[in-house]
Design a protein around this ligand. Sequence first.
Ligand code: F6R
Length: 261
Amino acid sequence: MKVLILPDLQAAIARAADIIVKTVQTKPDAVLGLATGGTMLPLYDELAHRHRAGKVSFASTTSFNLDEYIGLSPEHPCSYHHYMQQAFFDHVDIDPARTHLPKGDASDPQAAADDYEARISDAGGIDLQLLGIGQNGHIGFNEPTASLGSRTRIKTLTRSTREANQRYFRSFDETPQYAITTGVATILESRKCLLIATGAAKAEAVARMIEGPLAAVCPASALQLHKRATVVLDAEAAEQLALRDYYETVHPDGRESAFGG
Ligand code: F6R
């Protein structure tokens, strides 16, 4: 796992944007796995900015989002469909026909989940999977104890995840309890993973992901199994890393190491 520690939020977002832009420049028809949440908002702003500046085009890319709430239509203002439209798709040249999110309002959500998994595979798999991390160590909506072999399916959200997401809804009771999420195994099959964590609230989960045991109780720790996983952190999110000095020696200022390791 490459652990890149940047001095602050802005630098971390710029570094993550560099990695995404490089992927798309190298492979213009890349299949991108996208994420939502607060962490991604400045990243999507930065990517839109680089697009407007003529530095990157998403015209030939395909995207698959990690997750969607069950019971919310794409038009619902709190749906991840709506989030993606507002935060990213409306600001870049991605072809709407090639953007995909799980169908949260499907009459048969598990069939929709199975279909989603098949569509990822039909697209040739994901080239770069973007990830955030929950304070409880979730990736996508793979909550603690999610099977490390899981595929796209329905997950029940934990109380702590619902509390964290309540800020987007009118009340806790209105915050969805179920979501369709790509599985841990689906995520691990991506050719590259890029996880971004910023802020002190993520420091404990980040330390468990990178330095804790590989365990379903911290689904993000599954990235320890991935051959090409990069974690981009700001200084606050890196606060609890025991081997921080080592990561900063290998990747000074979050740069690639001289030998790529
Ligand atoms: C969202 C997702 C989640 C978030 C995580 C962090 O698509 O997959 O795993 O990345 O909950 O959310 P924020 O960035 O809001 O702290």
